[in-house]
Design a protein around this ligand. Structure first.
Ligand code: ZN
Length: 181
């Protein structure tokens, strides 16, 4: 698995909290989501996270998966996904901070809103610096894991050639065989 650069790792881990097949979710309860956000330094220990926060976090997670699918060349509803991110961005304010390292966008406020704000700010920064295009969802429908495409020509389609690439290729080979006259 290739490594995500810088803070994009947080976004990668955020999306990969859910496995599609079998359906396993690290955020099965609001308490699990809260613990995950605390663990990743995105929220205060005593922040409120309930069922509505869980459903919003899930919405952002799936919107990011869709955008990363689009980065992998899939024809998906990018407009709806960016709408979800705009809802997050519109709900809070951001500080633009310049430093000797460059500039960064930091969400204001506190609690769950700021946690989601941090995630979308990292995505915005990645779009500006050009790393976002390489943030992709695995082309294997049963996997849909997100990975960072570090290939020079941005050509990677699967999270892992050994696992997903070979599995998809074996399947299309079998399909060709079964359709053969
Ligand atoms: Zn995969």
């Amino acid at each position: 698995m290739s490594k995500f650069p810088g803070d994009l790792r947080i976004v990668g881990e955020f999306v990969n909290t859910r496995e599609i097949q079998p359906d396993l979710d690290d955020w099965a309860t609001p308490e699990q989501l809260r613990a995950w956000l605390v663990d990743h330094g995105l929220i205060e220990q005593d922040a409120q996270v309930g069922p509505s926060e869980l459903s919003r976090a899930d919405g952002v997670r799936e919107a990011l998966r869709v955008l990363a699918l689009s980065n992998n060349g899939a024809d998906v509803d990018v407009r709806a996904a960016t709408g979800t991110l705009n809802d997050v961005a519109g709900a809070i304010g951001f500080h633009l901070r310049f430093s000797t390292e460059g500039a960064d966008l930091a969400p204001t406020g506190a609690g769950f809103e700021r946690a989601l704000g941090r995630v979308v700010a990292i995505v915005a920064e990645a779009m500006t610096t050009g790393t976002w295009d390489r943030f992709k969802t695995c082309a294997n429908d049963e996997c849909q894991w997100v990975f960072y495409d570090n290939a020079r020509n941005h050509s990677r389609r699967w999270c892992s050639m050994e696992v997903c690439g070979n599995r998809v290729k074996a399947r299309s080979f079998r399909e060709r065989q079964s359709h053969a006259p």
